[in-house]
Design a protein. Sequence first.
Length: 310
Amino acid sequence: MENASTVEEFILLGFSESQGVQTIFFVIFLFFYMIILAGNLLIVITVISSQRLNSPLYFFLCYLSFVDICYSSITAPKMIADFLVENKTISFVGCMAQLFGVHFFACTEIFILAAMAYDRYVAICRPLHYTTLMTRRVCGRMVIGSWVGGFLHSIVQTLLTTQLPFCGPNKIDHYFCDVHPLLRLACTNTYTVGIIVVANSGMITLSCFIILVMSYIVILISLKNQTSEGRHKALSTCGSHITVVILFFGPCTFIYIRPSSNLSEDKSVAVFYTVITPMLNPLIYTLRNGEVKSAMRKLWSRKAGSENGK
């Protein structure tokens, strides 16, 4: 179908029309974004620099933090800059690029979280086979599969949207370009496209969430046979992962598993998986993980020692 769009740019309505409220939001979200960058970058550097953090769990955690940096950077800088300007415009090409990036990194994160759940399942339920099942090659293939899966999902969402005709109005009731708000603006019947979009996003989100829930049910049942120390360590690691899964999948499921009915409600919920979760991930994994905290302290002391040596 040939694209018959006459719209060259879109206007993002954002959160509030009050300049005072937008100034407060600018300070808050700029602070949040700085924490996202600093926290996730610290985890990436720590995992790469530490020889002790060479297990599959930290291999996946490193990629999860990298994806969080990319994911939040697709929406947060534009949102933060828009708080200071009256005319919040984005070009048609920029809008479609943002749509692609949001779904690409979000879907990649979903698959990486699923890979981390599988890693915990093997480590706790099949410990004798862990080293043979979770080799570096297998982990690498799982990460590559996550990137490929994210790309395929995102390209479907983007192609479906770019083929729609946009001939006005061009005001998006959101702070970034997403599928549901754009479907509202298309000057054609989008019922079929909407069903495909919900099926595509919903199938991935729901199937991965079911797999995650089932894996942790099996893990929790198997912990009965563990020692008290082993049970505590497993629950600590799994507790962090379950918390991240709930924070990420809850809002995503709410928005993408059903046809959108309230865009103002959707954009408020979207803040959780585009800003809040990427910000909390480093805190959740470091505060509940002694190995990561120890590696960070050693990295910091080594850096301080080298600077004092100069």
